[in-house]
Design a protein around this ligand. Structure first.
Ligand code: ADP
Ligand code: MG
Length: 315
């Protein structure tokens, strides 16, 4: 068992620290991954947007499923984390779970890898769809399209039979039901704020035999948000997620394999602005009203250095 305070995992976006035997500290850094590759440039305050939005949605889904959240207030974190100002607003103390090895994806609209699969096969993750759908079309009903949870590289689509083989029939049915229910909650809530949630992905885990929602929820990294007033199926949609930076990367001629290119300053700023806007559009609150109570000092570049130092010290 790793000791308190040790780095136990480094995901693409999050640094995960032990916080006692039963808890973890999930630190959302400002790293950005696109096409499953981490880009070299941090996006200022992106980790805070992800954390603030996860808190927003954990709160609004907890009647459907319990979740891993223990606390988000830095003063409640164990040492040494409570004394680390760079963690303000970007870290969650959570219950340590045995994570189910599926990315539980719900899709209400045909976009991204779902659209790519449909164009080739007429189905998405083995779920057959009507002929003649166009890119970004609304699906007849939301579908559950889980993928593998790859430690590195790309998550792979699974058919229902393959997903059942991985987790068993009973758990598969449970995950499908929960994923669609949580998606429906998020999509309905966001619709009232003029947003479409095209698709989203969740992770679940077991704590003492109880199935909980873990990781992040309803963030622009895990969900495609589109402004409803601009919705026009038949092509890609404007969005508040990574699409802006994905488009820049594709235009740069990058082949989507490491190493990724460096982002120009205006693309970093444009991406940071879109993440903040996502927070404000989804919650209806100014991002400052999240930052100020969390005690954020407001030095995003200093944060990146502090988080790197913390990670190296605790590795
Ligand atoms: N409550 C939890 N217990 C154990 N692991 C968790 C919990 N919540 C999230 N995780 C894991 O922490 C990691 C978060 O890091 P992240 O950068 O999001 O990873 P990834 O690159 O896989 O998206 C993921 O591997 C996720 O499965
Ligand atoms: Mg993740």
């Amino acid at each position: 068992m790793s000791g308190a305070g040790q780095l136990v995992a480094r995901g693409k976006v999050r640094d995960v620290y032990a916080a006692g035997d039963d808890a973890l500290l999930l630190v959302a850094t400002d790293r950005l991954s696109a096409f499953d590759v981490v880009l070299p440039d941090p996006i200022p305050d992106k980790g805070r947007v992800l954390t603030g939005l996860s808190l927003h949605w954990f709160d609004r889904t907890s009647d459907l499923v319990g979740n891993h959240l223990l606390g988000a207030d830095r003063a409640s974190f164990p040492a040494p984390f409570r004394d680390e100002p760079s963690l303000a607003g970007r870290a969650l103390l959570v219950r340590r779970a045995d994570v189910v090895p599926l990315e539980c994806v719900a899709r209400g609209f045909l976009s991204g890898s779902g659209w790519a699969q449909y164009r080739e096969t007429g189905s998405v993750c083995g779920v057959a769809l009507p002929a003649g759908l166009v890119e970004s079309d609304r699906l007849p009903e939301p579908i559950f399209t889980p993928t593998t949870k790859a430690a590195e590289g790309h998550d792979l689509p699974l058919t229902p039979a393959e997903a059942v083989d991985l987790v068993g029939r009973g758990l598969y049915e449970r995950l499908k039901e929960l994923t669609l229910a949580i998606y429906e909650r998020i999509a309905d809530t966001a619709a009232a704020r003029g947003l479409i949630v095209a698709d989203t992905k969740f992770e679940f885990g077991f704590v003492d035999g109880e199935l909980l929602l873990v990781d992040e929820v309803g963030t622009p990294d895990s969900s495609r948000y589109w402004p409803a007033d601009a919705y026009a199926p038949g092509g890609a949609q404007p969005s508040f997620d990574k699409q802006y930076v994905r488009d820049w990367l594709d235009a740069s001629g990058w082949d989507r394999e490491p190493p990724p290119p460096t982002l120009p300053a205006d693309v970093v700023a444009g991406t940071a602005g879109r993440y903040r806007e996502a927070y404000e559009r989804v919650t209806g609150e100014p991002f400052e009203s999240y930052l100020a109570p969390a005690g954020v000092a407001g030095d995003a570049l200093g944060d990146a250095a502090a988080l790197d130092r913390l990670r190296k010290e605790r590795a």
